[in-house]
Write a protein that binds this ligand. Structure first.
Ligand code: NAD
Length: 261
C-alpha cells in the first residue's frame, strides 16, 4: 500500500485514462476524489466499486474544469474533507478537430480552459498544503501532442505544449519542497476522446474512418498498437511513488515510439 493515507485528485476520472489512474492510485491505498461528467448512477457505482475493493474513501465532485470558481469549490471541499491533496493528476481534457481557419471560437476557448488553465488552477490551490507537508506529486496528463504537432488540432496542440511549459516552470519553483511535477505524453489510447475524433478526422482529410485508424492514428506509432489506459495508469503510479522522487520537470513520452520519428 504505497499510497496509504495519501489523498489523490484525478480530474476527468469518470472515463478513459483518468478512471484507470484513479483505480490504480486507489489500489495503492490512496483516498480518491473523482471528477468528470457522466451518468449519476454509473458514477455512484464506480465510487462504490473502488471504495469497496480497496478500502479507501472515494469522493466525487462534478466541477466543470472550464470554470475557475467550480475548481476552487472542489479544491476547498477536497482539502476540507481529506486534509489536502498529496497526489494531483491533471487529466481532464477534450479535443476538437478542424482546420485552423474554420476552428470554432468556443471550442478554442474550451480546450484552452480545460486542457491547460484548469491545471494552473488545481496546481496553485493544491500547492500550499503540499508545501506544508513537504510532499507532493503533480502529474499532468499531456500528450504526444505536447512534443509534436498534427494538422487540424491547433487548440489541442497549443494547450498540450502549454502544459509542458507549465510543468517545467512549476517543477523548478517547488523543487526543494519535496514536490515533483511531471507531464506524461501518451500516444493514441482508444478511449471515447479518440473514438469521437475519428469521424471528424475522416471528414477533414476526406478519407474513410478505417483509413484514419490505419493511416493517421496508428501510422504515428511505430508499435502499430494503441497505448492502453493501464499502461498510462502504471506510469502515473510510478511517478507518484517515492522511487520517482528525482524525476521532476520531465515531459515523458509513452507513445509507442511516435516522437522518435
Ligand atoms: P475521455 O473522453 O475518455 O475522458 C475525459 C474525461 O474528462 C472524462 O471523465 C470527462 O467527463 C472529463 N471532462 C471533460 N470535460 C470536462 C470538464 N469541462 N470538466 C470536468 N471534466 C471534464 O478521454 P481520455 O482519452 O481518457 O483523455 C484523458 C486525458 O488524456 C486528456 O487530457 C487527453 O488529452 C489525454 N490524452 C488522451 C489520449 C488518447 O489517445 N486518448 C492521448 C494523449 C493524451
Amino acid at each position: 500500500m504505497i499510497f496509504k493515507g495519501k489523498a489523490a485528485l484525478v480530474t476527468g476520472s469518470t472515463s478513459g485514462i483518468g478512471l484507470a489512474i484513479a483505480r490504480e492510485l486507489a489500489a495503492g491505498g490512496a483516498h480518491i476524489v473523482l471528477n468528470g461528467f457522466g451518468d449519476a448512477g454509473q458514477i455512484a457505482e464506480i465510487r462504490r466499486q473502488i471504495a469497496e475493493m480497496h478500502g479507501v474513501t472515494v469522493l466525487y465532485d462534478g466541477a466543470d474544469m472550464s470554470r475557475p470558481d467550480a475548481i476552487e469549490a472542489m479544491m476547498a471541499r477536497a482539502i476540507g474533507e481529506l486534509g489536502g491533496i498529496d497526489l494531483l493528476v491533471n487529466n481532464a481534457g477534450i479535443q476538437h478537430v478542424a482546420p485552423v481557419d474554420e476552428f470554432p471560437l468556443d471550442k478554442w476557448d474550451a480546450i484552452l480552459a480545460i486542457n491547460l488553465s484548469a491545471a494552473f488552477h488545481t496546481t496553485r490551490l493544491a500547492l500550499p498544503a503540499m508545501k506544508q507537508r513537504g510532499f507532493g506529486r503533480i502529474v499532468n496528463v499531456a500528450s504526444a501532442h505536447a512534443l509534436v504537432a498534427s494538422p487540424y488540432k491547433s487548440a489541442y496542440v497549443a494547450a498540450k505544449h502549454g502544459i509542458a511549459g507549465l510543468t517545467k516552470t512549476v517543477a523548478l519553483e517547488v523543487a526543494e519542497a519535496g514536490i515533483t511535477v511531471n507531464a506524461l505524453c501518451p500516444g493514441y489510447v482508444l478511449t471515447p476522446l479518440v473514438s469521437k475524433q475519428i469521424p471528424d478526422t475522416a471528414k477533414a482529410r476526406g478519407i474513410s474512418e478505417e483509413a484514419v485508424v490505419r493511416d493517421v492514428l496508428l501510422a504515428a506509432q511505430p508499435t502499430k498498437k494503441f497505448v492502453t489506459v493501464e499502461q498510462v495508469a502504471a506510469f502515473t503510479s510510478f511517478l507518484c511513488s517515492e522511487a520517482a522522487a528525482s524525476i521532476t520537470g520531465a515531459v515523458l513520452p509513452i507513445e509507442g515510439g511516435w516522437t522518435a520519428h
